[in-house]
Design a protein around this ligand. Sequence first.
Ligand code: SF4
Ligand code: SF4
Length: 392
Amino acid sequence: MARLADIDGNPVAERYELTACLQCGRCTGGCPVGLRSPLNSRRLLYEAVVREDGDALVARDEVWDCTACRTCSDRCPRELDPAAVIREIRTLKIEGGRIPTTAMDALESTLKHGNPWGRSRRRRTQWAEGLPVPSVEDGQESDRLWFVGCTPAYDPRCQAMARALARLFHAAGYAYTTLGTEEVCCGSEVLRLGELGLFEELLETNREALQGLEIREVVTTSPHCLTAFRTDYGLEIPVRHASQAVADLLDAGRLPLVRQAPLRVAFHDPCYLGRQSGVYDAPRRVLAAVPGVELVEFDRCRERSLCCEGGGGRMWLEGLGEGERNAQRRVRDAADLGVDAVVTACPFCLLTLEDARKTTGLEDTLEIVDLAELAARALDDPADGPGEEERS
Ligand code: SF4
Ligand code: SF4
C-alpha cells in the first residue's frame, strides 16, 4: 500500500502542498454539489495526506460529481487547488479503466470524430446551412477566428445560438473565418475529465491550426472553449467570448438592434464565463441594448452565481447525487423572480436549464434563451447585412 501518487508516481500530497491545508472547510462549504453528493474536497485532501492506501481513494466514485467549477480552489485561504487534486484522481481512475461508460463514449468519440457527441466530422458545419459563414475551407481567410465549438455545432438546441451569432456578425459586417469541418474539440471537458493524453493531442492540433493560419484573435461561442484557450493552452493571442465581441460591436454602433423584444429576464452567469474568466459586464451590456428587455438579477449572480452542474464533463456523467439539481433550483428561483426568461451565454448552461425547465413543470411559463438568440430577435431583418467589401 502506498499514499496517493499521480500518474508519474509523484506523491499528490507533496505535489499540491496539501500539508498546508487548514481543514477549514471553506472549499467544501462553497461546493455547488456538496449538499447532495458525497463529494467532499476537504476530506479528500485530508485523506490524500494521511491515508496509506492511495488505491482506496482512487476507488471513490464521487469525484465524477465534480463540475470543475473551481469554487473550492478560489475560496481556499492557503491557495491550494482541490479541483486539481480531484482531476488527478479522475486521471488515475481512467488509467485503471474505472470511468463511467457515458464519459468513456464521449472521450472515444472525441478521439475518433473530433467531438464528444458521436457525430461525423463531415456534419460539423451543417448548422450553418443557408447562412453566410466564411470558412478557411472555402478559401475565406481572416486573422480573426470564430471557434464555433462542438456543442453549438452539433446539438440541435445549441445550433440556434450559433446561427443567431452568425446573423449578428453578418449584420455588423464583422470579419472572421471559421475552421469549417477541420475544427476539432478544444478539449476543455476532456482535460477536466482527466484524459490528459487526448487533451494534449487536441491542444497540438488546435495550436498548429491557429499558427498555420496566422490567427491573431479568437472568438469563442462557448465559455468552455474560452477557458481552454486562455487558461489551459496559454495562448498568447487574445481570446474573447462572443458576448464580448457582440458588446463591442454594439458600443461601436455597428449592430442595429431596433426591434422590440419585450421580455423580463434574469441572466444566469456561467461559471466558466464569470468566475473563471472574469466576464460579467459584456453580457449585461448586450441585454441593455436589446429594446424592451428588462434585466432582473438573481440573488446569486456574478461571482456568486449558482453552478448549473454542466461543466467538468458532467454533460456525460449522471452523478451520484440525489434530490433537486442546481439547474432546477435556478429555474425555480427565476420563476420566483417573476421573469419571462432566463438568459445565459453557454451551451452547457443552455442545455441544463432547458432540461430543468421541463422537469420542474415550468415549460409553459419560462423561456430559456441564449444571449445571441435574444439579441438577434431585435435585428431589423436577420437576413440583412453588409456585403463582403464592407467587412472589417
Ligand atoms: S479551503 Fe483550503 S485550507 Fe481550507 S479545507 Fe479546503 S483545501 Fe484545506
Ligand atoms: S471544482 Fe466545484 S464542484 Fe468540484 S469540488 Fe470544487 S467546488 Fe465542488
